[in-house]
Design a protein around this ligand. Structure first.
Ligand code: AHR
Length: 503
């Protein structure tokens, strides 16, 4: 068995974890809303139609914020259609997903669901077919004190107290040719600056997220960020990053497992660009990162990953991927990449929560179940709190096409001084067990509290409605603190959570 060595010292930190990195995303897309979080008449639904089984899984997952209502959907969305009495809401064509949008769920409904789920909302405004005027009206509807037109419309709809929604995305993927109202960087930079200006006049306390490139492969990646930050610098608190990883895009499983390092590169490139704009402007402002769409997405394998023809249908199945054990390891790696950059990545949203590219699946009228990818997220959200510790792994490496030589063991640790816990997250990306030795510095009382392992002999195994717990985390054995070091065996192709108390 080969060995890997690292050192844990609470004095050497990257920064504090912002709990909002454990966000997710609910878009009016496919069966995310209708048949996902909302299914009136379902045996598990409450009197308002919210599925209790899904809510239970969302709470267990530890999601902190949820982005809404899109995604590509938001770029054609008239938010006014989704408020007021349901019977009077219009059904409209959603051109993003070639769907029929009933508007049965809208702003106030989502806010009710968010309260039940215990999550903070993150709203996106339509800068595709609409613009600053619709954005400031929506903000007034949400956050305005009673006494003005839109705030009073909210009161008339039964909600007196302003919602106080803090986080707002200025549009979605505005560089994409698929986007309704696609823009050049100059067009987007200006409209975002104006929308942000008006929104801040309505509510100076909001935080604004500027659209970055839709992905690292966009031909304008880098120059887009440079231009839009230049033009909308005064309103930008965050710039967004989006990425999806498709297993079939990679020559070998080993390359797919190493692919989260692409997120490291993307984050570092966007940070460098934002800081270069700051330098040019002689500004001390640090624009933070909102990685508000990230996940694995089986686009090449799943013919229903998008919808470009056929009749406009209500809640057609879209992107209902079956996640495997391998996907869960990649998701774990992506979480480590976000946490490794916690000094700049303050917000992140796994996309998406239910049914669409999901961690949670449902059947209409049937059960809800958790995919293998659910678990690394739930572990990180629960235990990845406090400060991220600097961790350098000394151990075996392997060669990949895209990322060069990468460590077989990807690891990261957090120290939560409040609970006195150090948590080491470690992914073994190799076919052999690895003996891990983590030297403990300034941690004299540390003792192993728990070792959780997600692994399976079948790397393509997943969970199904018939076998919802085929892949679940199990307790590891043999982890111990000995001679000032944590020692544990990391099984082949495994996600590990090693929790130390007394820290
Ligand atoms: O999350 C699915 C889609 O992926 C979103 O609507 C869009 O923003 C991205 O391209």
């Amino acid at each position: 068995m080969s060995g890997a060595r690292l050192t844990l010292d609470p004095a050497f930190t990257v920064g504090a974890v912002d709990p909002r990195v454990y966000g997710s995303f609910v878009e009016h897309m496919g069966r995310a809303v209708y048949g996902g979080i909302y299914e009136p008449g379902h045996a598990e639904a409450d009197e308002d139609g919210w599925r209790g089984d899904v809510l239970g899984h969302v709470r267990e997952m530890g999601v902190t914020i949820v982005r809404y209502p899109g995604g590509n959907f938001v770029s054609g969305y008239d938010w006014e259609d989704g408020i007021g009495p349901r019977a009077e809401r219009p059904a409209k064509l959603d051109l993003a997903w070639r769907s029929l949008e009933s508007n049965a769920v809208g702003t106030d409904d989502f806010m009710r669901w968010a309260a039940l789920a215990g999550v903070e909302p993150m709203f996106a405004v339509n800068l595709g077919t609409r613009g600053p005027d619709a954005a400031r009206a929506l903000l007034e509807y949400c956050n305005g004190d009673p006494g003005s037109y839109w705030a009073d419309r909210r009161v008339a709809n039964g909600v007196r107290e302003p919602y106080g929604v803090k986080l707002w995305c200025l549009g979605n993927e505005m560089d994409g040719p698929w986007q309704m109202g696609q823009k050049t960087p100059a067009e987007y930079g200006r409209i975002a600056a104006e929308a942000g200006k008006l929104m801040r006049l309505v509510d100076p306390d909001i935080e604004l997220v500027l659209c970055g490139s839709s992905n690292i492969h966009m031909p304008t990646f880098g120059t887009w960020e440079d231009t839009v930050l230049d033009l909308a610098w005064d309103v930008a608190d965050y710039i967004s990053l989006h990425s999806y990883w498709d297993p079939d895009e990679f020559a070998a499983r080993a390359d797919y497992l190493a692919s989260p390092h692409r997120a490291d590169r993307m984050i570092e490139a966007v940070v460098a660009t934002a800081d270069a704009v700051a330098a040019r402007k002689r500004s001390r402002k640090k624009v933070m990162l909102s990685y508000d769409e990230w996940n694995v997405w089986h686009q090449l394998r799943n013919p229903h990953h998008t919808r470009t023809d056929g009749p406009f249908a209500e809640a057609p199945p879209l992107g209902e991927d079956d996640h495997t054990v391998t996907d869960a390891l990649v998701v774990g790696g992506l979480l480590l990449s976000l946490l490794r950059h916690c000094d700049r990545v303050k917000v992140a949203c796994q996309a998406q929560l239910v049914n669409v590219i999901p961690f949670i699946r449902t059947l209409d009228g049937g059960p809800a179940w958790r995919q293998p990818s659910f678990y690394p997220f739930a572990h990180a959200a629960r235990y990845g709190r406090g400060e991220v510790l600097r961790v350098h792994v000394d151990g075996p490496t392997y060669a990949t096409e895209e990322e060069g030589d990468v460590p077989v063991i990807d690891a990261l640790a957090t120290h939560d001084a409040e609970s006195g816990t150090v948590t080491l997250f470690a992914i073994n990306r190799g076919a052999e067990s690895v003996a891990l030795e983590a030297v403990l510095r300034e941690l004299p009382q540390a003792a192993v509290a728990e070792h959780l392992v997600l692994a399976d002999d079948d790397l393509d195994a997943g969970n199904t409605p018939e076998a919802p717990d085929r892949v679940v985390p199990r307790a590891g054995s043999g982890a111990r603190v000995e001679d000032g070091a944590l020692r544990a065996e990391l099984a082949p192709y495994s996600w590990n959570v090693l929790r130390l108390s007394g820290a």
